[in-house]
Design a protein around this ligand. Structure first.
Ligand code: GLA
Length: 378
């Protein structure tokens, strides 16, 4: 089954935009292995927009030979030989967002071409979409084309949340669907995306996931979508949000040169395990009673008698701490049940002991705490 869990990988767009080539992709595949990303669970190496010639040749999409002299089949073999999977990009309109030929009216032949190149994942964008065409049908058509291509190709639909995709993308064949406009490397961007999707993840389940866009962790203001950059606390917050929300985890930074803090965030085993939990349950929200937008608590039930709690201080400008209060009752554990919650810090692995009534936790601005709870006899 494709997308049994939220897909994990790397995509060229956030850092490199148009500046892509074969060497970059090969070196990234190498870094996925040598820097530990593959072992941490990352699988797909995805080339985004700008890979082809500006026109079709004999009706076909052709990789730009100046950028990809060895061709896509050889690149795909290289990626596969590293134990990874190969992703590519097209678009549902006449041209891609950067003005390259795209798949409107060519869906079946393009899908066959991607399959022949050994592609395992197709990101399918929404620029230059004809006014007269039907959005749902366009995504359904590419889903059908991929299903008929003779290869298992994960269909990563990307229509930026237009026409409420959480209501129809699963039924129309997508394995993931982008639910927002593009992310940028500033805290406001990931926080706005997070806020906007809190009510839109109930449909997440094996086979189809809400994609909140590629991660900006570690970009530090550099690259194609790099603006002001974020602090380490903010990159951790962003990653923890995506992990708990069940979003695909698609890295956007240059992993050939990622620094230590970035690597330890992107490869944090506790957060990845929460994202990849077998049951793939979406989280529910406990809004802190005294806040509207500055604090958020997420609860994600995990397989068995476990759950994950994410506490987020979303204040970016003020220094003020926030005290988070979560009662066991909020988690469905009533005091008469005789149960307690055994807590572990999911990020550090620190054992935090048992709580019987609930917890009070002070967090400074930008700080995040993710706790793993196991329901035990009290
Ligand atoms: C859109 C998408 C981005 C990226 C660019 C490429 O903006 O949302 O993720 O794929 O197109 O041009």
């Amino acid at each position: 089954m494709l997308a049994e869990r939220p897909p994990m990988g790397w995509n060229s767009w956030n850092t490199f935009g148009k500046e892509i080539n074969e060497l970059l992709i090969r070196e990234t595949a190498d870094a996925m292995v040598s820097e530990g990303y593959r072992d941490a669970g990352y699988e797909y190496v995805i080339i985004d927009d700008c890979w082809s010639l500006k026109e079709r040749v004999d009706g076909k999409l052709v990789p730009d030979p100046a950028l990809f002299p060895g061709g896509m089949e050889a690149l795909s073999e290289y990626i596969h030989s590293r134990g990874l999977k190969f992703g590519m990009y097209s678009c549902a309109g006449f041209k891609t967002c950067a003005g390259y030929p795209s798949s409107y009216g060519h869906e079946f032949e393009d899908a066959k071409q991607f399959a022949a190149w050994g592609v395992d994942y197709l990101k399918y964008d929404y620029c230059n979409f004809p006014n007269s065409a039907n959005t749902k049908n366009a995504y359904l058509t590419m889903a059908a084309a991929l299903r008929c291509s003779g290869r298992d190709i994960l269909f990563a639909a990307c229509n930026w949340g237009e026409k409420e995709p959480s209501r129809w993308m699963r039924s129309h064949g997508a394995h993931t669907y982008r639910s927002t406009g593009d992310i940028f490397d500033v805290p406001k961007s990931y926080i706005d995306i997070f806020e906007s999707q809190l009510g839109n993840v109930e449909g997440n389940a094996p086979g189809c996931f809400n994609d909140m866009d590629m991660l900006v962790c570690g970009m530090r203001g550099r690259g194609n979508v790099g603006l002001g950059g974020c602090t380490d606390d903010q990159y951790l917050q962003h990653f923890a949000m995506w992990a708990l929300m069940g979003s695909p985890l698609i890295i956007g930074t240059d992993i050939r040169n990622a620094d230590g803090p970035t690597k330890s965030i992107l490869q944090n085993p506790g957060l990845i395990a929460i994202n990849q939990d077998e049951e793939c349950r979406p989280p529910f929200t406990l809004r802190q009673q005294f806040q509207s937008k500055e604090a958020c608590t997420l609860v994600k039930l995990l397989k068995g008698n476990r759950l994950a709690l994410g506490l987020f201080n979303l204040r970016q400008d003020s220094e003020d701490d926030i005290t988070f209060v979560v009662s066991l009752d909020d988690l469905g554990i009533h005091s008469e049940s005789g149960k307690a919650l055994h807590l572990t810090d999911a990020v550090t692995g620190e054992d935090m002991g048992e709580v019987k009534d609930g917890l009070h936790l002070r967090l400074a601005s930008q700080k995040t705490k993710v706790l793993l709870g196991e329901i035990v006899d009290g």
